[in-house]
Design a protein around this ligand. Structure first.
Ligand code: NAP
Length: 281
């Protein structure tokens, strides 16, 4: 089984970002990372994103707010960040605390700065299969992993375990755009194992540590693990029991070191694309 490493895909995206940057004049594009509270997974994603932006020659600034900030105060702060012309891209770490009306923020964010595809405009573009706009970075990262490794999606049976708005649903549309035949699975799916076994490309995005083992995987399948979980020993792991797939799957992504690394590279690419559009308008 071939291990599909995220670092190699990220390096390819870095070359694209560098080329795009050469065509831009002025300061390096700037990302705003907006965090409410101090959830460990948000903090870890923020650290990864900050490091990646620096590594790719881009600017990033964190804006953090207390977990108990009121809806009104957060909206005011968010509007200020959204309206700041020096900020060309925004990453909002979610979910937000319950007192904040997340839908309002999704409607407020400037679609041209919405690098993680949360605005209704960007969601509609992804679902319409348009080239314009930004898809959620993780969903796009899966496509980048497949493309960078020359895995043809056209006409293939692809199954996704998970139907969230962050991963499963947008990813189904991106795969469809690549002409895959897509099945979306969830907790009510009957015969989940059989459906997964039948897939030539299997994507796990359920958020359940190591739930996808050899019994879910068909011969020579390509397995992409989006999950980020902590196992019983406190170690980071994916939704896939990677070691159990050896001799069955043809290729699989590891966790850590797989899709997560590519997600922040896609974020960087989106930032430069947003800056290019902003500076040419
Ligand atoms: P989520 O909102 O909790 O959605 C999980 C989805 O998986 C739901 O649709 C759920 O079905 C389905 N599911 C859960 N358990 C299942 C089971 N036993 N059988 C079948 N379907 C099952 O999670 P998410 O935000 O999409 O994230 C999924 C995973 O990806 C998490 O581990 C998260 O940490 C990770 N993630 C990684 C990145 C990255 O950059 N690599 C980015 C974002 C998220 P129902 O709809 O029926 O409940």
């Amino acid at each position: 089984m071939i291990t599909l490493k995220g670092a190699a895909v990220s390096a390819k995206i870095r070359v694209e970002v560098t080329e795009l940057l050469h065509g831009l004049s002025g300061a390096a594009p700037k990302l705003a990372i907006v965090r409410v509270g101090e959830r460990p997974d948000d903090m870890s994603y923020e650290r990864g994103a900050l490091k990646k932006m620096e590594n790719f020659g881009l600017q990033a600034e964190s804006f953090s707010f207390p977990a108990d900030i009121s809806d009104e105060a957060f909206q005011k702060e968010f509007r200020r960040i959204n309206d700041n012309p020096e900020i060309e891209g925004i990453l909002l770490l979610r979910p937000l605390p319950k007192q904040i009306n997340e839908r309002e923020i999704e409607r407020m964010i400037d679609p041209d700065k919405d690098l993680d595809g949360i605005s209704p405009e960007n969601i509609a573009r992804v679902f319409a299969g348009e080239a314009e706009g930004f898809a959620p970075c993780t969903a796009e990262a899966v496509i980048e992993v497949l493309k960078a490794n020359d895995i043809d999606m056209c006409g293939k049976r692809a199954a996704i375990v998970g139907r969230s708005m962050v991963v499963g649903r947008p990813l189904s549309m991106l795969l469809l755009k690549e002409n895959a035949t897509v099945t979306i699975c969830h907790t009510r799916t009957k015969e989940l194992e059989k459906t997964c076994q039948d897939a030539q490309i299997l994507i796990a995005a359920a958020g359940k540590a190591k739930m996808i083992d050899a019994s879910f995987v068909g011969a020579d399948a390509v397995v992409i693990d989006v999950g980020i979980n902590v196992d019983n020993d406190g170690k980071l792991c994916g939704d896939v029991d990677f070691d159990s797939l050896d001799g069955i799957a043809s290729m699989a992504t590891p966790v850590p070191g797989g899709v997560g690394t590519v997600t922040t590279a896609v974020l960087a690419k989106h930032l430069v694309m947003a800056a290019k559009k902003h500076r040419s308008s």
